[in-house]
Design a protein around this ligand. Structure first.
Ligand SMILES: *Cc1c(COP(=O)(O)O)cnc(C)c1O
Length: 434
């Protein structure tokens, strides 16, 4: 049986998956990591025809002692019910499109799976939760969509009024069962402060408040699946054994990279990871020996806003599991400016006719630098994290044209909405919660 312990617990006290999932953050403020990682045989997933098949086979290896297979299977099939294509750009460069879920970013993989796993355990326990989320973009909509209609869970979303893009706002306020959205007259930091205050307020102590941010182990495990799926796709396509592969991961909070590291530790032939960051430069600095562990900095706003994280939470997990030396050997990192991001969007379109969102472009620029610097000929898969149609302004700046209309976005604009505007104070939020 696989157990989990907190990154901050010197005694490594173990908890079950169910507890780690429902708690999110460990009581000592640390993050849960697994005490062992199952080694997987390639035949377990390489012949899969859909990512949900990989999901069932692989998650079963992790969750055997927690959920019967007959219950796990419908959870995973319902969560991962969208495609995940591997697109070939050139002989040794592929992009893995992770944006075909309902909110058009890779966050759908983690949020949808985690929501269904939580619902499963809560129903069994006869408990409910109210998930409070402060959001400035992709996470909020993926969580709202993922948890909508899960009977034992309600979602309360806070976002800074007028400070998210038009598409993002629309995704946040679309009416969904069990989801309430609040436009806060303040900044993202105000929203986060209100959430933190709510968790420690005595008058709210009787409410089953919970969070769903990317530190939850229930979001990380599903994010390992598409790395395995991609390797299987590469095998099928090249019709010859793929000795080793590199993955380039556009990164912010380092949750996506953590999923890849888990996949590799399950026994996958990953030669190198490339951590592609925007101007938020802590992790590349650390990898290059220019910053110490945990030498974080304030967040810098960029075009790839879902990666604007000055102090990535999942660093603590990576550092605990791998240590500085292994991280620096295995992961190569670089930081990509706004200008270089727009430049790479243009070059990618000109060279391959491919439209990348700004986050994906940070990755494509990083992998190009990596190749140039190292000459490493290993085939490389770069993750495409969000649909370009979510970022029409950046796309038109880079290419001089709008991205193609995306059906999922068109449908979004035809749906009814629900939102209430509130002041930037805990008392304003409280009157709605109580
Ligand atoms: C969240 C997000 C990222 C960053 O992923 P992390 O797990 O925070 O490193 C990159 N691109 C997009 C589109 C995202 O939504």
């Amino acid at each position: 049986m696989i157990h989990y312990y907190s990154t901050r617990d010197p005694h490594k006290s173990l908890v079950r998956f169910e507890e780690a999932l429902l708690k999110g953050l460990a009581p000592d403020g640390g993050l849960y990591v697994p005490d062992r990682i199952p080694r997987l045989e390639p035949d377990l997933w390489q012949r899969a025809n859909a990512i949900a098949e990989v999901g069932v086979a692989v998650l079963w290896e992790w969750l055997k002692d927690e959920i019967p297979l007959a219950d796990l299977e419908p959870i995973v099939r319902d969560a991962l019910n969208f495609p995940c294509p591997l697109v070939k750009l050139s002989d040794d460069l592929y992009v893995l499109e992770l944006f075909h879920g309902p909110t058009l970013s890779f966050k759908d993989f983690g949020a949808r799976t985690m929501a269904r796993l939580m619902q499963y355990f809560l129903r069994k326990r006869g408990e409910r939760r109210i998930i409070l989320v402060a959001t400035s973009g992709d996470t909020g909509s993926a969580v709202a969509d993922g948890f909508a209609g899960q009977g034992n869970i309600e979602v309360v979303l806070l976002y800074p009024k007028g400070k998210v893009s038009d598409v993002q706002e629309r995704q946040l306020i679309t009416q969904r069962p069990g989801v309430r959205s609040f436009a806060v007259e303040g900044t993202f930091d105000d929203c986060q402060r209100m959430v933190k205050e709510a968790f420690v307020d005595p008058e709210l102590a009787h409410l089953p408040l919970s969070s769903a941010n990317s530190i939850n182990i229930g979001r990380l495990l599903p994010q390992a699946l598409y790395y395995l799926w991609a390797i299987g796709q590469l095998h099928a396509r090249e019709r010859k054994p793929v000795e080793e592969v590199n993955f380039c991961v556009p990164s912010g909070n380092l949750g996506n990279l953590m999923g890849g590291v888990l996949a590799a530790l399950m026994g996958q032939p990953v030669h190198r990871f490339i951590a592609a960051h925007n101007d938020n430069h802590f992790f590349p600095d650390f990898l290059q020996g220019k910053a110490e562990a945990y030498q974080f900095h304030p967040t810098i706003a960029t075009l790839s806003n879902a990666m604007d994280v000055g102090s990535p939470s999942n660093f603590e997990r990576l550092y605990t599991l791998l240590g500085a030396e292994k991280l620096r050997r295995w992961v190569w990192g670089t930081t990509v400016s706004n200008e270089a991001t727009l430049g790479r969007m243009k070059k990618t379109y000109e060279a391959y006719g491919y439209i990348a969102c700004p986050h994906t472009a940070v990755g494509l620029e990083a992998q190009a630098r990596y190749r140039q610097e190292t000459g490493d000929p290993t085939p490389l898969i770069s993750l495409a994290c969000a649909h370009p149609a979510k970022f029409p302004d950046a796309v038109s700046r880079a290419l001089g044209q709008e991205p193609l209309k995306e059906e999922a976005l068109e449908i979004l604009y035809s749906r009814p909405t629900q939102v209430e505007t509130i002041g930037a104070s805990l008392s304003a939020l409280k009157s709605h919660l109580l």
